[in-house]
Design a protein around this ligand. Structure first.
Ligand SMILES: Cc1cc2nc3c(=O)[nH]c(=O)nc-3n(C[C@H](O)[C@H](O)[C@H](O)COP(=O)(O)O)c2cc1C
Length: 170
């Protein structure tokens, strides 16, 4: 067991080893300003109504837009889109990010990825600050499904893809 002082590092190490599907969350700001950010802290929350949650660091640009906006879009990346994830997590300046990947604009002015796994448009219905992050609850109001079926995963600081395995009998 780590000492109380060592707990944050131990937690970070454990969470690094938890594989997660990579998404890019997009939102619009004042004057139609567009922004997107890579996020893996995304989870299904409810089936009725269909809803998900995303956890966003309060120091990010996206956080400000989500606090002020009413909608956001969760774009689930496919295994061949690590360049999109890299661009939207800091490799490319915010104003140039949408040049990386095939982005469209929907009727709400929200940017969505035209390929990958899917894009889920959400209505921002609850905001729960917790520590360094804020949990945003999004009720899903629209879904665009694309052709890709294998998601992009992130595990132990590396991009990966998932491979089916034979289930071992109990
Ligand atoms: C694979 C990956 C997953 C990430 N997941 C999250 C996340 O779930 N929440 C978050 O706040 N930041 C996450 N980040 C960090 C942000 O993408 C990064 O800090 C971003 O550049 C800051 O966003 P901003 O441009 O809105 O300021 C992740 C980064 C990577 C590379």
């Amino acid at each position: 067991m780590p000492s109380p002082d060592g707990l944050p590092d131990a937690f970070r190490t454990v969470m690094r080893h938890v594989a997660a599907t990579v998404t890019v969350i997009t939102a619009t700001g004042d004057g139609g300003r567009q922004h997107g950010m890579t996020a893996t802290a995304v989870s299904s929350l409810s089936m009725d109504p269909p809803a998900l949650l995303v956890c966003v660091n309060q120091r990010t640009l996206l956080h400000d837009l989500l606090l002020r906006g009413t909608r956001f879009c969760v774009n689930v990346l496919a295994h061949d889109q690590s360049h999109v994830s890299a661009a939207f997590s800091g490799a490319v300046a915010p104003e140039d990010r949408f040049a990386v990947g095939d982005w469209g604009t929907d009727e709400h002015g929200l940017r969505f990825l035209a390929d990958g796994i899917a894009s889920l448009v959400c209505r921002n219905t609850a905001t729960i600050p917790y520590g360094s992050h804020t949990i945003f609850v999004g009720e899903v109001t629209g879904i665009r499904r694309h052709d890709a079926v294998r998601p992009l995963l992130y595990q132990n600081t590396r991009y990966c893809r998932c491979e089916p395995i034979e289930a071992v009998p109990a």
